[in-house]
Design a binder for this molecule. Structure first.
Ligand code: BG6
Length: 480
């Protein structure tokens, strides 16, 4: 179904996000026949371009970042109706010029492709120019990128300041992890199948591991990363989104608020670490070359790796640890959720050569591979009783083919349709910060003494392994 009529206005259209992700995503949507015929794009940025120069700029990016043929063809036609407004994003004149080129009788989506310090300033300007007022069924929606706030207080303040201008239903706080098909599939996997849900709880699950490993380092983003670090950059947003889908209760429907209520409940149930537990259960690391990256303080104490153990205080998960780890310059790029089930009693194998039984393991592969695998034990053929681990594996591409995608397609489409299921509500953002806040506090009060503490292409500092070993567990070897 084609999305509802709309004009998308990208504020900060001269940056990386537009050329690498938003433009390709819009082209892919257009090529799939999902954009309305009237769809149009307006870019706003400081660059001193005319609309024509902006189109030339986008054309170069189209050639570089859009690979699918149909998407390219759609892109070429989209560019013909693309306009550009040049101006300072804090100057009211820019918004007067923007207003002049928008049709008030259409729906507008304003996309904040700008650094976070501009979010509120731009929304205030949009409000002052009358651009956020919804009239005669014409919607005015604002998509806000992460990071949403810097800690709990700043996130609360940003929410309340924005809510002076916009209503919650107009705000789309984006988390691009929710655009990933495998993440969206978690709901279907858990609740559209009869066999998993009965064992999805503390009676059967030993623990859960969530890994978001990146092989790249901070590259040219030192400026931003120095103000963020791995904890802020990945945990309260991307990883907590994964966690909430794995842990939530079944929603009563697929309505945006029904789903978000359940996710929010799960986030609220995550136990906050007491200051004395932070050192034990939250591990930080920094890779060896980080301090010599561009725009990074040569004495920086910013972490590029985090591992932690969280507990969830509800009936389903009480006592089941959720171990999460994320980091840059790890041995490979892989995001996955591994659910390890309890090991069965090995009594009947006592008299055999079998020493241990391996626990069953269900792995949801989010990226780069997309699929689900289940590990179980099988008898090795032959007269002697021996067991071996085998894997049943489902890969998306084997069943549904692969489509060109940036991960932003569904999110943009949903926003056009007014469906906010995959976007963060104010309370969810705040719950995320609530959990990381005590860790931020302890880490800033006690600067690390051993940074940098892990070599590139390793799985972080040894304390990350000790975190598991203390509990008699170990991180899954993702290479295998
Ligand atoms: C971004 C972070 O939100 O997510 C980056 O700011 C990180 O530091 C990126 O590299 C990871 O996204 P993906 O989709 O490549 O896993």
């Amino acid at each position: 179904m084609k999305a509802n009529d709309c004009e998308v206005i990208i504020l900060g259209a001269g940056g990386d996000l537009t050329k690498r992700l938003l433009l390709p995503a819009l082209c892919n949507l257009g090529a799939a026949g999902l954009l309305p015929d009237s769809f149009s794009l307006v870019g706003v940025a400081r660059t001193d371009y005319t609309s024509e120069q902006f189109r030339d700029y986008l054309k170069t990016n189209l050639d570089q970042f859009v690979s699918d043929k149909d998407s390219k063809v759609f892109g070429a036609s989209l560019l013909q109706k693309t306009q550009f407004v040049s101006g300072d994003l804090t100057d009211p004149k820019t918004y007067a010029a923007l207003k002049a080129c928008l049709d008030p009788k259409r729906n507008h989506i304003f996309y904040m492709a700008v650094p976070p310090q501009f979010f509120l300033k731009i929304i205030e300007q949009l409000g002052a120019a009358g651009l956020t007022q919804e009239t005669n069924n014409h919607s005015r929606r604002v998509i806000i990128e992460k990071p949403f706030g810097h800690d709990l207080d700043s996130a609360k303040k940003l929410n309340s300041d924005i809510l002076k201008i916009l209503q919650e239903h107009q705000i789309y706080r984006i988390d691009h992890y929710l655009g990933k098909e495998t993440v969206q599939n978690l709901l279907a996997f858990r609740f559209a199948n009869g066999i998993f849900e009965p064992i999805w709880n503390r009676r059967y699950v030993d623990h859960v591991q969530i890994t978001v490993a990146e092989s790249l380092g901070v590259e040219l983003r030192g400026n931003y990363y120095e103000t963020a670090g791995a904890l802020r950059d990945m945990i309260p947003n991307h990883i907590f989104q994964l966690l909430s889908y794995v842990g939530m209760e079944p929603p009563i429907s697929l309505d945006a608020d029904a789903v978000r209520d359940e996710k929010s409940k799960l986030l609220r149930a995550i136990q906050e670490l007491k200051p004395e537990d932070v050192i034990r259960y939250a591990i930080r690391g920094q890779y060896k070359e980080y301090r010599s990256s561009p725009d990074v303080n040569p004495k920086s104490n910013v972490e590029t790796f985090v591992a932690m153990r969280l507990l969830i205080d509800n009936w389903r998960w009480a006592g089941v640890p959720f171990y999460i780890r994320t980091g840059k310059r790890l041995p490979l790029r892989a995001t996955e959720i591994a659910i390890q089930f309890k090991t069965p009693p090995a009594i009947m194998f006592k008299e055999t050569q079998v020493e241990d039984l391996s626990p069953n393991l269900l792995v949801i592969h989010v990226q780069p591979e997309e699929g689900i695998s289940l590990r179980f034990g099988a008898k090795v053929p032959g007269p002697v009783v021996k067991l071996g681990d085998v894997n049943m594996k489902f890969q998306y591409k084997d069943y549904f083919g692969s489509r060109p995608g940036t991960g932003y397609e569904t999110l943009l489409y949903d926003c056009m349709m007014g469906d906010s299921t995959l976007f963060q509500r104010a309370d969810m953002v705040e719950s995320g910060w609530r959990v990381v806040e005590p860790i931020l506090d302890v880490w800033s009060a006690l600067p690390p003494r051993d940074f940098p503490n892990y070599a590139s292409k390793t799985w972080g500092p040894h304390e990350a392994n000790e975190l598991m070993e203390r509990d008699g567990r170990k991180w899954r070897n993702i290479l295998s």
